[in-house]
Design a protein around this ligand. Structure first.
Ligand code: NAD
Ligand code: UDP
Length: 333
């Protein structure tokens, strides 16, 4: 059956995840509007779409209202890496909360369906493992990660209150660590850091003893999950975990990156950032059952594609890293 073509707004559409989502939706023929202020991205990610009749790019900061008529909104605008979101923490909370209010306003006025890119960070440093959606989390409300964690938690609250009070049709996904081509090379995230370090034979920086775990999802798998969730039945609004349940220690990740790049890099140990979660693995039973979704791309395959991407880019065309790095941050008191 032919799919109905829709007007779709993607906030943060030029970012890592947003640009891949833009690709998929433009390819399907939808009328895609990408809104971005380029805080953590660059036009490079979506330049190949500019000029297509069904793609529109608007430079706009989502903390300010936006007047558009659309059928669906994917709300992705928010710095996502600890280095980026801790750079201006007050702005991070504003983007999460005011950005949510602005897109939900569109949902209410236009009867549009609104999708929220929430995060595994709503679980904080989890004491239940793996994390199911029913787990309410262990977040430090005054720590250095709180601007993001609590911002995203309030955004979820707003989504569910707009749904209950105003009948807005919502979808909420909790995204676990995702990687792939178009990650910002200076975002300080573990995959981008390790690949860049390995490609230059520089020391690989393990924060703490490297025994903390993460579960890494390749971007194409995640975007497939986004689209299934948006197009799923109206009685399934989430929140739903999307991520790859294959769990690795950070040290294991470093060793795999060294092996895949054939690097001469050595491991070095640096202080563990405050409130750094010790373990993280999604329970994806709900996504499997309701969306028929599960990741298909193994870590080594996805890392191979990501390494190829990092080899292909000109680092001079990216903004330099900020002085502030996650491992230097400290809590007060
Ligand atoms: P990203 O930083 O590459 O993309 C975010 C985009 O939002 C960037 O293009 C940035 O310029 C834009 N942006 C930031 N502030 C804005 C503002 N005020 N107005 C307009 N645009 C703004 O990060 P990403 O990895 O693509 O993440 C996208 C979304 O997914 C975020 O909401 C993030 O919280 C969520 N998420 C990502 C991951 C992951 O592992 N990648 C995990 C959990 C949640
Ligand atoms: N990390 C690391 N070295 C780095 C960057 C990150 O050891 O150069 C660790 C970090 O302390 C965390 C994990 O890798 O335990 C994942 O960090 P990332 O910033 O990618 O995302 P997070 O899942 O913490 O939000």
């Amino acid at each position: 059956m032919k799919q109905r073509l829709k007007r779709i707004l993607i906030t943060g559409g030029a970012g890592f995840l947003g640009s891949h989502l833009s690709d998929r939706l433009v390819e399907q023929g939808h009328d895609v509007i990408c809104v971005d202020n380029f805080f953590t991205s660059q036009k490079h990610n979506i330049i190949h779409l500019v000029g297509k009749p069904n793609f529109e790019l608007i430079r706009h900061d989502i903390t300010h209202p936006l007047w558009l008529e659309v059928d669906e909104v994917y709300n992705l605008a928010c710095p996502a890496s600890p280095v980026h979101y801790q750079y201006n923490p007050i702005k991070t909370t504003k983007v999460s909360v005011i950005g949510a209010l602005n897109v939900l306003g569109i949902g209410k006025r236009c009867k549009a369906k609104i999708f929220q890119a929430s995060t595994s960070e709503v679980y904080g440093d989890p004491d239940i493992h793996p994390q199911p959606e029913s787990y309410r989390g262990n977040v430090n409300p005054i720590g250095v990660r709180a601007c993001y964690d609590e911002g995203k938690r309030v955004a979820e609250t707003l989504f569910f209150d707009y749904h209950r009070s105003n009948g807005v049709n919502i979808r909420v996904v909790r995204i676990f660590n995702t990687y792939g081509p178009r990650m910002h090379p200076y975002d300080g995230r573990v995959v981008s850091n390790f690949i860049l370090q390995a490609l230059r034979d520089e020391d690989i920086t393990l924060y703490g003893d490297g025994s903390q775990t993460r579960s890494f999802c390749y971007v194409d798998d995640l975007v497939e999950g986004f689209i299934r969730m948006m197009n799923g039945p109206d009685d399934f609004i989430g929140p739903v975990n999307l991520g790859n349940p294959d769990e690795f220690t950070i040290k294991e990740l470093a060793q795999i990156v060294i092996e895949l790049t054939g690097s001469k890099s050595k491991l070095v140990y640096m202080p563990l950032p405050d409130d750094d979660p010790t373990q993280r693995q999604p329970n994806i039973e709900l996504a499997k059952e309701r969306l028929g979704w599960e990741p298909t791309i193994k870590l080594r395959d996805g890392l191979g594609k990501t390494i190829d991407y990092f080899k292909s880019i000109d680092l001079n065309s990216f903004r330099q890293p900020t002085d502030h790095t996650a491992h230097k941050s400290s809590n007060l008191g």
